[in-house]
Design a protein around this ligand. Structure first.
Ligand SMILES: C[S@@+](CC[C@H](N)C(=O)[O-])C[C@H]1O[C@@H](n2cnc3c(N)ncnc32)[C@H](O)[C@@H]1O
Length: 368
C-alpha cells in the first residue's frame, strides 16, 4: 500500500472516530505523522530530484550572504566565543556546510568561534517543541542567533472562508469513503481574533474569500524569544505584511501544494506525498516578537537583503578574478568555457534576486 493511501486511511479512521478535523489538524497529520508524514517519512523532498528547491539549491551565493550577515551579528554582539547559531528546519544541513566552508576561507577567526547547529524535524528536533529546545539550550548553551529559511510556511494553518459577512472554518470530513472539505463554525476564538486583528474589514469581503491563519507561527516566535537572552531571530520565507496578504482581491488565499516541482491547490490529494504550504504573515511575526521582547531590526525583500550582503559585488569580483578569460580570450575555447560558467553563475544570482520569484521572499531580523 502506498504512503498516501496508508495515511489517508488513518485520517479517515480518525475522522470516523472523532468527527471532522480542522484543516490545521489535517495538515499536521499529513505533514508530521511520525511514520508516514510528508516531513517525517524521511524521503528526499528538497532539491532537483524532490518536490521543490530552495535558495540554497542555487549555488553558494545565498550561504555566503548569510555568512556575512552572521559575521555582522557576531561583531555587534561583541564577538562572543562560542557564537551559537541554531538553524531550524535546516533540512539536510547543506546551508550549514556552505556557510562554514565560505567562512573558513573568508573569515577564519569567525569560523573558529562559530558553533552552527542544524535542527530539523526529520531528526526529531521539532521547532515547535519547547521541551526539546529548552533541553538543548541547557545541554549546549544558549543560542545567539536562531534562523529559519522556509520553515514557518510549513506550519499547519487553519483555513477560513467568508460567507455573507460570517466567518467559517474549513474542516476535513469523509464522504462515501473519500476526504472532502466542509465549512463550519471556527474551531477556536483565536482564529477569529487573529483575522480581526490582521484583516479588520473581512466582514465586507466577497463570498468565498479564503485565508490561512498560522497560529503555530505565533507559538514558534514566542518559543524562540524565550530561548534568546541576547541575540537575533532571522526568518526568511515567502509571505508579506498582513495588509498585502489578506487583501480582498486575494480571493483564494495562498495555500499551495508541491508535488514533483508542480504546484496544485488540492491539499486533500496524495496525503503525505505532497508538501502543503501557505505564505507567512510577517506582521504577525513582528507583533508577536515585540510582545515577547524582540525588536524589529530589518524587514525587507530577499533581493534587497542579498544586495546589502554584497551579492552583486561578489559576482563582479568573481568575474574579475576567475572569469577574466571570458572578456580577454573570448574567441578561444578557454574564453568560451569561462563565458558559459560565468553565465551560469550570473543566472544563479538573477534567480535568487528575481523580484517575481525568490527575490520577493521576505527577510525579517528581530533583536533582543
Ligand atoms: C521547505 S524545507 C526548507 C529546508 C531548508 N531550510 C532549506 O532552505 O533548504 C522545510 C524544512 O522544515 C522542516 N520542518 C517542518 N516543520 C518543522 C518543525 N516543526 N520543526 C523542525 N523542522 C521542521 C522540514 O522537515 C523541512 O526540512
Amino acid at each position: 500500500m502506498t504512503t498516501s493511501s496508508l495515511l489517508e486511511q488513518r485520517v479517515i479512521a480518525r475522522i470516523e472516530r472523532e468527527g471532522p478535523l480542522s484543516f490545521a489538524e489535517y495538515m499536521r497529520m499529513v505533514l508530521y505523522d511520525p511514520e508516514n508524514g510528508y516531513y517525517t517519512a524521511g524521503l528526499p523532498r528538497i532539491g532537483w530530484s524532490g518536490d521543490y528547491f530552495t535558495s540554497g539549491d542555487l549555488g553558494s551565493f545565498f550561504a555566503h550572504c548569510l555568512g556575512r550577515q552572521l559575521y555582522q551579528m557576531w561583531e555587534e554582539l561583541g564577538r562572543p566565543q562560542p557564537f551559537r547559531v541554531w538553524e531550524q528546519g535546516a533540512g539536510r544541513g547543506e546551508l550549514e556546510q556552505e556557510v562554514r566552508a565560505s567562512l573558513q576561507e573568508e573569515r577564519p577567526e569567525f569560523a573558529a568561534a562559530l558553533s552552527y547547529r542544524s535542527l530539523d524535524l526529520q531528526r526529531g528536533e521539532d521547532a515547535l517543541s519547547g521541551e526539546t529546545l529548552q533541553q538543548l539550550r541547557q545541554q549546549e548553551g544558549e543560542p545567539q542567533v536562531i534562523l529559519a529559511n522556509e520553515l514557518v510556511d510549513a506550519f499547519p494553518v487553519h483555513l477560513v472562508e467568508v460567507h455573507q459577512g460570517q466567518l467559517y472554518e474549513i474542516y476535513v470530513d469523509v464522504d462515501k469513503g473519500r476526504l472532502q472539505a466542509i465549512a463550519a463554525a471556527p474551531s477556536t476564538p483565536a482564529v477569529v481574533g487573529y483575522l480581526d486583528r490582521y484583516c479588520p474589514r473581512w466582514r465586507s469581503f466577497p463570498d468565498g474569500w479564503r485565508a490561512e491563519i498560522n497560529l503555530a507561527a505565533l507559538r514558534w516566535v514566542e518559543l524562540q524569544a524565550s530561548l534568546l537572552r541576547r541575540g537575533f531571530l532571522l526568518v526568511i520565507d515567502y509571505g508579506d505584511r498582513a495588509s498585502q496578504l489578506y487583501h480582498r482581491s486575494r480571493l483564494r488565499g495562498t495555500l499551495l501544494c508541491y508535488y514533483q516541482h508542480r504546484i496544485n491547490e488540492q491539499p486533500l490529494m496524495r496525503p503525505g506525498e505532497q508538501d502543503i504550504t501557505a505564505h507567512v504573515n510577517f506582521s504577525a511575526l513582528i507583533d508577536e516578537g515585540r510582545r515577547h521582547g524582540l525588536r524589529r531590526r530589518l524587514f525587507t525583500t530577499q533581493r534587497a537583503w542579498l544586495e546589502r550582503m554584497g551579492i552583486f559585488e561578489e559576482l563582479e569580483g568573481l568575474r574579475r578574478t576567475h572569469f577574466a578569460a571570458a572578456d580577454q580570450e573570448r574567441a578561444s575555447d578557454r574564453g568560451q568555457i569561462a563565458l558559459l560558467r560565468w553565465y551560469n553563475l550570473r543566472q544563479q544570482v538573477l534567480a535568487l534576486t528575481d523580484p517575481a520569484g525568490l527575490g520577493n521572499f521576505k527577510v525579517l531580523i528581530m533583536r533582543r
